[in-house]
Design a protein around this ligand. Structure first.
Ligand code: GLU
Length: 371
């Protein structure tokens, strides 16, 4: 029997946290639990398109690298490369019993933040889905360095949900959902079962809880839900600690974040949820007003350039006091952008020696942030 709460959704990303799939004492796969989960997934797979984002590689491989807690990045990377094989093996065996094929996809931050790679990954997933193969995704921890890591699979899962235009993200975790405080410290604290808008008050609740084996806590889950909400995708946080953790989802054991309705194009949604802009452009009041009226950013309104970005990179647009008002794709690299600061568009040729675009950021490549 499917959970009533998830019946209507058609494209679902299921994210499984390290604590859910790896036993915190033995550091081994929770095999029985995974059997139940696969039963659920096989059932869902009959009527929905499913993508799985699964953590646990580092936790599973940790023992082979050290007997104590892993601290150095290279140890975690090494552990991930050991644990990832085990993860893939488990999924293949267990979903294989239902004659469901699986594939492994390892992504780095750049794969979702660089538009060409993002579209490429999207096509691969879509090709697998057309063959009824379930992609099992994890971060490519072995090559991801500190600067280019998601670090947590919650946001990775949200970007994957956006990539495939999912309508539901399920975050299976070691907590029932979002609480009004810290449930480990205060037994009477209430769980919130529905969130319609992720405002500052909701975001603040992220400070309270964290989990033991994985890197995310409730804060990264709220962030993930926020990314999804802006993309028309609902998010459910629920405790994995029940047999058949998906078919047993109900209001009592979960929190659902509803999506917002948005009129942004898919490119603008992608921009809006970009996790790591490569630099920033500081603008004057005239340019700010133009952007607020949905116009392009011209060099005349630029007052400073920060960071070493390339042409085509995503950059933040800030006003003088540091407030970020928009995000966009730069038509110039940082060197050329610096040279044309404050210039009129007609002067670009003279300054740069080639005919560039009139705009530093064209309005089609720019999205305003709400205050
Ligand atoms: N990618 C990490 C792993 O597989 C998990 C990251 C997280 O905890 O969300 O171990």
């Amino acid at each position: 029997m499917q959970s009533q709460m998830i019946k209507k959704y058609k494209k679902v990303v299921v994210k499984i946290g390290s604590n859910s799939i790896v036993d915190s004492k033995t550091k081994k796969i929770k095999s029985k639990w995974l059997d139940y989960l696969c039963k659920d997934i096989a059932e869902l797979n009959k009527t929905k398109k499913i993508v799985i984002v699964c953590s646990g590689a580092i936790a599973l491989g940790a023992k082979s690298i050290s007997n104590t807690k892993l601290r150095k990045l290279e140890d975690k990377q090494a552990a991930a490369s050991v644990g990832q094989i085990e993860l893939a093996h488990q999924w293949r065996n267990k979903l294989g019993k239902y004659k469901i094929g699986v594939s492994q996809i390892l992504l780095t931050l750049e794969d979702s933040e660089e538009r060409r790679r993002y579209l490429n990954a999207r096509n691969t997933i879509s090709s697998l889905q057309s063959k009824n193969i379930i992609p099992i995704i994890n971060e490519n921890d072995t090559v991801a360095t500190e600067e280019i890591r998601y670090g947590d699979n919650d946001r990775l899962a949200a970007r994957v949900a956006q990539m495939i235009e999912a309508d539901l993200l399920i975050l299976l975790s070691d907590i029932d959902g979002l609480y009004q405080g810290n449930p480990k410290k205060d037994k009477d604290i209430k769980k919130i079962s529905e969130v319609f808008k992720i405002d500052k008050k909701i975001e603040k609740l992220g400070n309270y809880q964290s989990s033991e084996l994985g890197s995310g806590g409730i804060a990264t889950k709220i962030l993930a839900a926020k990314i999804c909400a802006g993309n028309g995708c609902a998010t459910i946080i629920t405790n994995s600690d029940k047999n058949k953790p998906i078919s047993n989802i109900d209001k009592k054991n979960s929190t659902i974040f509803y999506p917002l309705t948005s009129t942004n194009s898919s490119k603008k949604k992608w921009l809006l949820n970009h996790l790591k802009p490569s630099g920033s452009i500081i603008i004057d009041t005239g340019a700010k007003n133009a952007i607020l009226k949905n116009k392009s950013l011209l060099p005349a309104g630029v007052i400073d350039i920060k960071g070493r970005f390339k042409r085509g990179d995503v950059i933040s647009i800030l006003v003088k006091n540091g407030q970020k008002i928009a995000i966009g794709i730069s038509a110039y690299d940082f060197n050329d952008a610096k040279k044309i600061i404050g210039k009129k568009s007609e002067e670009i040729y003279k300054v740069l020696g080639f005919e560039g675009r009139d705009e530093v950021v064209h309005k089609d490549n720019l999205v305003r942030l709400s205050a």
